[in-house]
Design a protein around this ligand. Sequence first.
Ligand code: CA
Length: 317
Amino acid sequence: MPTPIVIAHRGASGYLPEHTLPAKALAAGMGADYLEQDVVLTRDGVPIVLHDIHLDTVTDVAERFPGRARPDGRYYAIDFTLEEIRTLLVRERFSHKTGQPVFSKRFPHVASRFTLHTLAEEIAFVQGLNRSMSRTFGIYPEIKQPAFHRREGQDISAIVLRVLEESGYRSKEEACYLQCFDEPETERCRRELKCPLKIIQLLEEKDWKLLLAAPRRGDLDAALAKVAGYADGIGPPVSLLVSEFRADGTFAATELAAAAHHHGLVIHPWTLRRDELPKSVPSFDRQMEILFGELRVDGAFSDFPDLTRQWIDRRMA
Ligand code: CA
């Protein structure tokens, strides 16, 4: 079995504000194999690296552009031009309602200067590191909320695929995985948009939990066979692989890992967080031991790519 890959989730997001270039540089320095990009569009149709379709959980948009929220009170990236978005300052993730940080021990809201950037800029940054460090850091772009973008009049998948093609990612040999939660859209990327890259189907917990209920093994197989028809792997939440972690260190695995491997799919679960372990997991190391050592997953999204790199190098290299 090949050594599992370390995917830096939004960069080294356990240490620096997510999706900033410093967070990506730190992840590269920590030895991540892949750097993740979540992608949404601006009003002028430019793909930018941002986790939410909203700007108000990681930037100062509400202070800078009062009055530009929609009736639901939220500030949407697609309502702002790239030029406007470039003026925003990025911070560690916080609640748009209370202003409080989501992870209290992470990078503080100090006066530092982090900004947003485009997908093309991040790819150029990664390729620059590949050259200067004589390494191949992979990219792992996620198409966010294609149905929302379509309602706003934009075909985000076609736009993202064009940027990847122009950046030289043109086959499964490239260090690039494309990911998306929307199953019909992911399939469309392969079949209609002719995506030539490795594709990961992200799994929604609520949809797949039902398929993992005991009497529905045939349904699980059929669902995975369908995914294997267009994708190279799955990206499940850890909770779909392990139904229960017990205080004594044992666990109950679902059928998903074995079934997905049976269908030839790689498994890249999310998200490893030292500061947000699943209930009853005694340690971050134990969680990694269960996933990599016992369930044999092929990689994982980690907010702490240094710790995941170190565990894999110590135990599996
Ligand atoms: Ca993501």
